[in-house]
Write a protein that binds this ligand. Structure first.
Ligand code: C5P
Length: 415
């Protein structure tokens, strides 16, 4: 496929180098047209080297090839990233002062704008009007992702992740209308890893959760356009870039972090392995091994069920203005026994916990924990058909996040 990649003059231009790689690695022939301002962020040499094609934004280069007409005509797809407020305005008003704007006027195939700018510029009535004009003419304008902006503030205006723009572009080319990022503008809190419950300053009770599934979910949610907050208990993998991380150790710390984070979250996913019990007492000093005393006995007390508490608070409307729409997702690691199979136990857990979706793992000593693959069933309290997903933890996460997007859509239609 022939793609024109128009790069606007915003700091997010540096991320577009990765988007270019995704296009070329998928076998597409990409011509990059950076605006004059874009080359102040990422130089022409980078675009030429990565695309393997000459790069210019002047209508006076290679005039014999009539580039200002040809490039738009021949392109199967035009992608503008980052689409700055200035580029959106130029496109909406049909300006033709350089090669990129000429190409937009000549584009015969689908055109995708991936905006990135400060929240106030994105929300300004002038930009809103320009976006509506472009959408009205059939162009696809992605919602920007939310989160940390270039400065210290945050809000909608981040460039969607390169993977997400790539997926949206492919969906558009294949005529799909649901190219928007499914979680754009949403805040998603995800707990991951395993809690550690201290016995003394050196010992703890832990579990075998690696945090891989939770981190894969964080990446999938981020790529779907959400602002992601990762409540990280003990994990064997690093948290991904582009998400806010809150480190916790114990179930009680996780409870505190989860209740605070839930206050402004559209979605809460409890994928952490939370210890059901903690030692009743934590010794201030290391418990000594002595021959003259009896072996220590550890008394355990129950930890609060965070998932259940989140659901209760949501149902009581304590969670904030969006409480009635908040979607809560639990995980269940189950084994079957002589009293019932995995599915029967999971159904009972879904009812008991009251969450909207329950992602069920069938666990055994060789399954799930620390592995890169997973196989799950997603049960819904709404009673809709159970959905199976398997593959890498990234594949499973993509299925879970897409299901969450679908459920949120249902809720907003009901509201
Ligand atoms: O009851 P069980 O531990 O099997 O439930 C698992 C689900 O409940 C997971 O989503 C887990 O994160 C959550 N959980 C919790 N608080 C606990 C125990 C589990 O939120 N104390």
């Amino acid at each position: 496929m022939r793609i024109v990649l128009g790069v606007g003059g915003g700091i997010a231009a540096y991320k577009v180098a990765s988007l270019l790689r995704l296009f070329t690695e998928a076998g597409h022939d990409v011509t990059v047209i950076p605006t004059e301002a874009a080359t102040r962020f990422v130089g022409t040499a980078t675009w030429e080297a990565l695309s393997g094609n000459p790069v210019s934004n002047s209508v006076f280069d290679d005039v014999h090839q009539v580039n200002h007409v040809r490039l738009g005509h021949e392109a199967d797809l035009v992608v503008i990233a980052p689409a700055t407020a200035d580029l959106l305005a130029k496109a909406a008003t049909g300006q033709a002062g350089d090669l990129l704007t000429n190409t937009l006027l000549m584009a015969h195939g689908p055109v995708l704008f991936a905006p990135a700018m400060h929240t106030e510029m994105w929300q300004h009535p002038a930009t809103r009007a320009n976006v509506e004009t472009l959408r009205g003419r059939g162009a696809a304008v992605l919602e920007p992702a939310s989160g940390r902006l270039t400065g210290s503030d945050s809000g909608p205006g981040r460039l969607p992740e390169p993977d997400a723009i790539f997926d949206a572009a492919m969906a558009l080319v294949h005529g799909q209308t649901d190219f928007q990022l499914p979680l754009a503008g949403k805040t998603v809190t995800i707990s991951a890893g395993g809690t550690r419950e201290p016995l003394d300053p050196v010992r703890f009770l832990g579990n075998r959760s690696s945090g891989k599934q939770g981190v894969a979910l964080a990446i999938a949610a981020r790529n779907a356009g959400a602002t992601v907050r990762l409540l990280a208990a003990h994990m064997e993998v690093p948290p991904p870039p582009g998400v806010e991380v809150v480190n916790v150790e114990t179930a009680l710390q996780l409870r505190e972090a989860a209740l605070a984070a839930a206050a402004d979250s559209d979605v809460v996913i409890m994928s952490a392995a939370v210890a059901d019990f903690r030692p009743a007492e934590i010794s201030d000093t290391k418990i000594k091994k002595r021959d003259d005393t009896a072996d220590p006995v550890i008394t355990l007390v129950r930890n609060p069920d965070i998932l259940q508490e989140l659901v209760e608070r949501r149902n009581q409307g304590v969670t904030g203005p969006a409480a009635d729409r908040q979607l809560i997702v639990g995980f269940a690691a189950e084994t079957g026994d002589e009293h019932g199979d995995v599915r029967a136990y999971a159904e009972a857990k879904l009812q008991r916990k009251g969450c909207d979706l329950l992602v069920v793992n069938h666990v055994g000593s060789d399954k799930v924990f620390g592995k890169d693959t997973n196989s799950v069933v997603i049960l819904a309290r709404s009673g809709s058909e159970p959905q199976e997903a398997s593959g890498t933890k990234a594949d499973v996460s993509a299925a879970i996040i897409s299901r969450i997007g679908f459920e949120l859509n249902q809720v907003s239609h009901r509201a």
